[in-house]
Design a binder for this molecule. Sequence first.
Ligand code: GLC
Length: 631
Amino acid sequence: MTKAKMPRSFNDRMFALRLERSRDDLFGMLERLYGHRTDYAAFADDLTAALKAGWDARPERLKWRDMERDLEPDWFQRPDMNGYVFYIDRFAGTLSGVPDKLGYLQDLGITYVHFMPCLKPRPGDSDGGYSVMDYTEVNPALGTMDDLETVARACHDRGMSVCIDLVLNHTAKEHEWARKAWEGDETYREYYHMFVDDTLPKSYEATLVEVFPANAPGNFTYYDEINRWVWTTFNEHQWDLNWANPRVFLEMVKVMLFLANKGVDVLRLDAPAFLWKRMGTRCQSEPEVHMLLQALRAASRISAPSVIHLEEAIVSPAEMLPYLGRGEHDGKEGNLAYHNSLMVQFWSALAARDTGLMTHVLRRHFPTVLTNATYATYIRCHDDIGWAVTDEDAAAVGLSGASHRAFLSEFYEGRFPGSFARGALFQVNEETGDKRISGTTASLAGLEAALEAGDQDAIARAVDRILMGHALIASYGGIPLVYMGDELAQLNDYSYLDDPDLAHDSRWLHRPRMDWQRAARLPDGGATPEGQVYDGIRRILARRAASPGLHGAVPTEIVDTGQAGHFAFVRRAPTGPIVCVFNFTDQWSGLPAAWFARQGASRMYDLLSDAPVFAPDGGVPLPPYARVWMT
Ligand code: GLC
């Protein structure tokens, strides 16, 4: 920029600098997406004005936060980042109840909180809040935008970052844009995918998959009143936005900056895989999706630089990585993305008592390091578990994909002989045979059945499975997310069946209300299974925070122990490797000290238990569901 053009005020100069830093990342993509349109120049001007307006409106407090995070751009990769995910109503009643609960979270070691959908949903069934009718208002049942701002500030004061959902793929059909489209406003009809007859919908449908085959079959809905077909990938009330229209991009940037300026640090971009439609494809993860996501990321980087993006792409392993920026998007797309494969493989290996597939998938598809990005790791979330295991990956380890997926569903439904799990099916697809699973961590890991049977050994094993899972996600690389109530070992909640708005959706099985009475009795010195789980998770998070070698930028290299029940990786930290081993079986096993030494861990100190490991026979004993982080 020449001197003459340099703006005078500090604020304007800062904006100019930030715009220049990311101009190519933004407009480079937008020109390719929209440059052919006659309205492109006007759009580009409007976008620049929106970015400037967003920056001008940004509170000074948050501009300091921007500065801080410019100075420590790895903040979200640090090992003291520990996440917690909750529904505001089920956790604290309303937003104004949240500050009182932050002490509890801080005590658990939490530095990142994800409030499940909290923007104004449509009335009635809103897909758990993912059917949004106003992005600029908070769900009135939870509070107001001012409350959100207050809570975000309270979190910041405690050193916690705040994440909220931003649904990009669709709005509720009650959203103002959709209402205008309904009334015939052509400008707003362009915001959605509307068709006068079913010719195109039928052609698209030939290659589309169904997300909710059981209760929302098909991807299009016909409305007699307007004589139009509307693209509705998810539920009928969720209308897909038309991202080929640059006005949609512009609207969403305004929404993003509005939310960022309320103090949100992390935007969880919901279901981004579906943003771009292309005839003859599944309309998932098309190249344009990554261009859009890079451009959105650049927009945040310009006008709300401390904000990062978490991408929710629940797709196959190979398809997921690009959401963290691959190829030309390297380092420029999602800062975070859910590691769905790690979650799926955890449950798969637990059921199979064999880690062959897990080791294959995680080694084959995932690089040892990511640029300017890391995973959000988890063992359970608010959604079902879909068995994202491809036929190719299964075949590579001698399994049939279809049989293994069927086995996993049966196992976690609790029907497979010898299964320890209690779960429920979700969205059985009669055509493909695909079955997904709902259930809480504790119930899927065997605690519900063990408690019912009064079987002390089985209870102990369930607790160990849960803690092994948490030790895995806390060390693999990425921000581990504790899903509300999991730290209390909360079991399945069958009460959703009595609520007509929820009964059709078994995901409510694992969305129980927070059991504060139970929480009040903890810690209990390990007297109860929930006490053991709570202490165990708290300790895992504390040990993670105290282990610099678990930083997200440290390579994760999958290694073999030579035993079918072990999963192992080495975090190759500059300060020396950390060798993480997990025993996925209910049998005792062991590993020679020499094996650890070969991986570089000759000190034989377990960071997780914070104690030296004595290996009298030269072997490290690994009890059922053991977990060690050896240095
Ligand atoms: C995401 C959410 C899920 C929701 C869907 C549609 O996958 O996690 O709960 O049903 O998007 O918005």
